[in-house]
Design a protein. Sequence first.
Length: 353
Amino acid sequence: MNKQTRIQYRYKVFASRNIILAIICTLGLLPAQEVAAANGCNVTMSDINFGKINVIDPNQPLEGLATVKVSCSRGGTPNSIEKVNVCLAADGGSSAQTRSQINPRYLCENGTCGTNNRLEFNIYTDPNHSKILGSPNYNIKNTINTIVTIEPGKLSSDEVDIPVYARLNAPLSNVTPGIYKNVFSQGSTAVAYETVTNDTAQNCTSRLQSIRFDFNVLAEVEKNCIINKPQDIAFGTVNSTATNLEGQTAVNVTCTQGVPYNVKLEPSNQNTNGSGEMASTRAGNPDRVPYQLRSGSGMNGKIWGNIALGASNNTISGNGSGQTQQHKIYATVPSTDYRAGDYRDTVTVKVDY
């Protein structure tokens, strides 16, 4: 029964002088939500996708962004402006052990969460990442709040776009490559709305309804390795009669957890067994001083080259841990019986993963 029908019915029973009183009494008995609420609101949200991330890069961007779209239908007189206060809430999503696990939230490999192999993140209502999106049902009660306006003569509002902010929590280095996600559906989100008389959006402390706005949070952890530039190996100033010289340096390798890698060394002459020659820096001096790259110390230390296959393997291998792993490089010179001068060569360090 609509309001117009009620007025006509009361008119038949009461004298015209009492019509206004009868209307006021009837409206006063209605629940506040039935009078104030709009007929309905529609909410959709785009996925939060952090994209491909390099978890061992300290300069990796950690922020994500999504958009919520809200529209509401009219619940009152068609010729008036109607304003609806809309609040959006979310719990911890599918990757939470309990729905109240909001700070932090987690991205888990293939959506399955354990105590390991998960990325911490959170969703915020502000670009400064200071207000975590929560729910009136839990300890973090902050919601996304907005005013939706329905103009006179329209049955519904224009669509309102609301930005939603997200950020991964560092450090990220303890996870293996793969797809990480958290699904917000099946009761992980809720909407509250009510008609208001001003343009100031307020927190909704109750009236969460069964309207949902499903979305996913995604990230792809890539395989990566980072190497540093080793310091030069300097044999110093030596006598031309010197033999069996040895110098050393180190290369630091950081690879994504669980990623196998090989470190290869290649002298400028591209010798596959790490046997190089230092050329004179003095014009007209044709001498070259041989040297050998090794992974072990001493003149009989294991040679280090760039063959990473089968029995001929002469590289150094490792397995990424997300942390820096150091490998020492040795170089030996059997003899310095050459013309006086400075001798140099450049070695290329390669990491395959």
